[in-house]
Design a binder for this molecule. Structure first.
Ligand code: C2E
Ligand code: MG
Ligand code: MG
Length: 813
């Protein structure tokens, strides 16, 4: 049979069903045909088939632990042999009489081992399942001894060995019952295979009880009706081994909650009643009866007590575990926010010691999201655990460390101001050491906000302190990350202002308070309009004009930028389509739109832009997107894909405010950008500062080498324009030509100028040529790259100098 057919027959449970059907079919000749041969053969075939199924099933279902099933298969075979021999053995006198038992007893042992094998895969506290099983087992044992074993022993006219064996069988069944109950109590998966296994064992017990009943009067063989339960038992156990749910029977499972459910009580209740019921029902006259009943009853009481004590202990342990989980972080085991607040509240209640206030440090890892996105959550977890370890190692014993959020930690400590500053520096230093794998080599930095109790701040609660430290941490992020900042109350005003802006901006979107203005981008050579940058404006009814530099960062932080950005995109494209339709601009004119880093993290950005282009009937080359350097620095696979898709639409990508960030040549080469916009801080110094001139020249040279277009921003004077021209910069933008203006003004001013509509417009000069393409030889490419590298060094050095100047440090030589 082809493999696929076998697989579907097995996985659908069809094989198991067929086994049951054929087994039932075999029962017909077993019951209907007279004589011993045919029924014996039918029985033998079923039992042998069951043994084969038990041996094969685990292999067919590719089980790892096959041995419990194999023991059951072995049990099947020896039971069969015992059953076949039994009629002959019963008619013998002497030791031959015991031959069938010589098979059946090992059969029981094999079954015990097999069933116990299933129990070994249960994970968790098995005590309760065992105690519950034992309770029923002891009840059953008392009943078995008094009802079956004792009468069997008392049968006259047979050897002591035969009587003894007859008395032992009911006790084997008690062990079997114990194992089955344990299996039942310790799983909540009750698939068909499991149910068939249970039913098969139950039938074994029924058959044994039948024999035990006739055994009371000395009969050992019975008739084929007595063996019928064994036949069906074989059918079911074979079918159990062929059903796909058999994987669960011996599979690893967690123990279910060991509560006394109603069905468990239905089993345990009667078992508890056994000693009482038998005392009432039997004519208890012998010492043995009394001993069995009394000791059975005593064992049951002890087991019940053990079960009760264990349940209470388990409950208490669960409660302790729950309390721990509710107050600790699962990953690091550190106190969570709730427990930290408790600790801090208690520290605040201590009498204040002069010069030793309570300090709270709020740490947030910088760029943690990037680690999660690039290396996966496992690496992220690794970083968190490593950070918590380092901090624990660093902190003195009296400090409290807590994890209050994904990548946020809080330290609380009572110490002097000098000690507090030393600790803040040490925290930053310990985090800066590179991490080991899986985020190997990565350096995490943190921004830390520090808050303290202070007489001038009045009584502060734990929550107040946390909020202050959190606010200072935001300030540290805003100031450039990787640093610690001390809280001061004016920060709260700024934070409130941010929140005010956020809610006002939400309304601005729906109340049409936003609009776009356009600033022309000119060719420096002949001062013609090449394109225009769309710049957002917000006219707030009470606040007046809110500058984009104020609200764009808030929109970034809160995620509102997604909506704002989408609005800007559609508004700008709609305007461009209108101007093109009205003949205000030529087809070569482009619109430049600012996109912020968070927008580029939206994997659907390119699709959104494509949809807007299609809606307004515009080609991709009519659009330029301005991205920041940080986008390239923080880029990951997802943002790279977005940039590539945008380029594939024909959209040009320029790096805005170039020179203010990282200015690394590698970034420009690695990402599909088509141009740079030289930041206006460099343009401002042209004509006056030789250094700025050197930088702009370097950027122009580097861009030329990399075939990038260059726009100079913030051109205010003809002198600046003239220098830019001599440096070879292609485009300029600034107040020299025009401030950003409303679209109507733009249309009126530019469409009206010149003798023909749109005559003053030129298109983009796209300079980008991929490295290694035909028009640049490898040698030439290398030499221009070298020039570009030198340029990069100039720009980077200038950048450091500017930064140092800004913080009042000495200038580098
Ligand atoms: P940016 O993209 O670098 O825009 C250029 C800024 O320089 C504009 O400021 C513009 O008005 C100003 N500017 C232009 N020429 C001159 C000049 O000759 N001298 C001086 N001193 N300034 C000049 P604005 O409009 O205030 O925008 C500030 C920043 O806000 C923009 O910088 C941009 O980063 C952001 N922004 C503006 N609109 C949007 C937008 O729609 N989306 C996003 N994400 N950001 C925007
Ligand atoms: Mg811009
Ligand atoms: Mg700019």
């Amino acid at each position: 049979m082809p493999h696929a057919v076998v697989r579907t027959t097995l996985s659908s449970g069809l094989a198991s069903g067929m086994f049951v059907f054929l087994g039932l079919l075999a029962a017909i000749p077993y019951l209907a045909v007279g004589g011993a041969a045919v029924p014996g053969l039918a029985f033998a075939v079923v039992a042998a088939a069951a043994a084969a199924a038990l041996a094969l099933g685990p292999r067919l279902f590719r089980l790892e632990r096959r041995w419990p099933w194999r023991f059951l298969a072995g049990a099947c075979i020896v039971f069969l042999l015992g059953a076949l021999i039994r009629p002959w053995a019963a008619s013998q006198v002497g030791p031959e009489q015991l031959l069938s038992d010589a098979f059946i007893i090992p059969g029981y042992v094999l079954s015990f081992v097999g069933l116990a094998g299933f129990l070994r895969t249960r994970e968790g506290e098995r005590r309760h399942a065992l105690l519950d099983g034992l309770l029923v087992g002891v009840g059953a044992a008392v009943a078995a001894v008094l009802l079956f074993s004792k009468p069997a022993v008392e049968v006259a006219d047979r050897s002591a060995a035969v009587s003894g064996l007859a008395a032992i069988y009911p006790l084997f069944d008690v062990v079997l019952l114990l194992l089955v109950l344990n299996l039942a109590f310790s799983t909540s998966f009750r698939g068909l295979s499991y149910l068939m296994l249970m039913a098969s064992t139950a039938l074994l017990l029924v058959g044994d009880i039948g024999y035990a009943l006739i055994g009371r009067s000395g009969d050992l063989t019975g008739n084929r009706m007595y063996d019928l339960p064994f036949l069906f038992s074989s059918v079911l156990i074979g079918a159990a081994a062929l059903h796909p749910t058999m994987r669960e029977v011996g599979g690893r499972v967690r123990l279910p909650v060991q509560a006394w459910s109603s069905w468990r009580l239905a089993l345990i209740g009667p078992a508890l009643a056994v000693p009482f019921a038998l005392t009432a029902a039997l004519d208890v006259n012998s010492a043995l009866d009394r001993i069995v009943l009394a000791s059975g009853g005593a064992v049951i009481v002890v087991l019940l007590l053990a079960r009760a004590v264990s349940a209470v202990q388990g409950y208490a342990a669960a409660q302790r575990r729950f309390q721990y989980q509710a107050s600790h972080d699962y990953l690091t085991g550190l106190p969570n926010r709730a427990l930290l607040t408790d600790h801090v509240s208690r520290m605040l209640e201590q009498p204040a010691v002069a010069n030793r206030p309570l300090w709270l440090y709020f740490l947030d890892l910088d760029g943690f999201k990037l680690i999660n996105d690039s290396w996966g959550h496992e690496a992220g977890d690794h970083v968190i655990v490593e950070v918590s370890r380092r901090l624990r190692r660093l902190l003195p014993a009296d400090a409290v460390l807590s994890r209050v959020g994904g990548d946020e930690f809080v330290i609380a400590r009572v110490c002097t101001e000098a000690e507090a500053a030393v600790l803040a520096d040490a925290v930053l230093a310990t985090l800066r050491e590179p991490l080991s794998a899986p985020a190997g080599g990565v350096v995490v930095a943190a921004s830390v906000g520090v808050a303290r109790t202070c007489v001038t701040l009045g009584d502060l609660s734990a929550e107040d302190l946390l909020r202050n430290a959190d606010t200072a941490m935001y300030q540290a992020k805003g100031d450039g990350r990787g640093r610690w900042v001390m809280f001061d109350p004016t920060m709260l005003d700024r934070a409130r202002e941010r929140i005010g802006i956020e809610s006002a901006l939400r309304q601005a979107l729906s109340n049409r308070q936003l609009r776009l203005v356009y600033q022309p981008i000119m060719t420096l050579g002949d001062s013609r309009v090449a394109g225009a940058e769309a710049l957002i404006r917000w006219d707030h009814p009470q606040r007046g004009a809110v500058p984009p530099a104020v609200f764009i960062p808030v929109a970034e932080e809160t995620g509102l930028i997604a909506e704002v950005g989408q609005w800007v995109l559609r508004e700008a494209l709609c305007q461009l389509a209108q101007w093109r339709a009205d003949g205000v601009v030529s087809d070569l004119f482009w619109i430049s739109i600012n996109v912020s880093p968070r927008q580029l993290r939206n994997p659907r950005l390119a699709e959104d832009v494509a949809a807007a282009l299609a809606e307004y009937g515009l080609p991709g080359c009519a659009v330029m997107l301005e991205i920041t350097e940080s986008v390239m620095v923080d880029a990951n696979d997802a943002t790279d894909e977005v940039l590539a898709k945008l380029r594939a639409l024909g959209i040009r990508l320029v790096v805005d405010d170039f020179g203010t960030g990282f200015s690394a040549l590698g970034y420009l080469r690695r990402h599909p950008v088509t141009g740079v916009k030289v930041d206006r801080s460099f343009v401002g110094g042209l004509g006056a500062s030789a250094e700025d001139e050197e930088i702009v020249r370097a950027v122009a040279a580097m861009s030329f080498a990399l075939r990038l277009s260059v726009v100079a921003e913030g051109v205010e004077s003809p002198a600046q324009r003239d220098v830019l021209r001599t440096l070879g910069v292609t485009y300029g933008q600034g107040w020299l030509w025009s401030r950003p203006i409303a679209p109507e003004t733009f249309a009126a001013r530019y469409a009206a100028r010149g003798s023909g509509r749109g005559r003053q417009f030129v298109g983009p000069v796209d300079l980008r040529v991929e490295p290694g393409s035909d028009d640049v030889g490898t040698e030439q490419f290398e030499s221009t790259m070298n020039r570009a590298r030198q340029t990069e060094a100039v720009v980077a050095r200038a950048d450091v100098q500017r930064r140092n100047a800004a913080v009042g440090a000495h200038r580098l030589p």
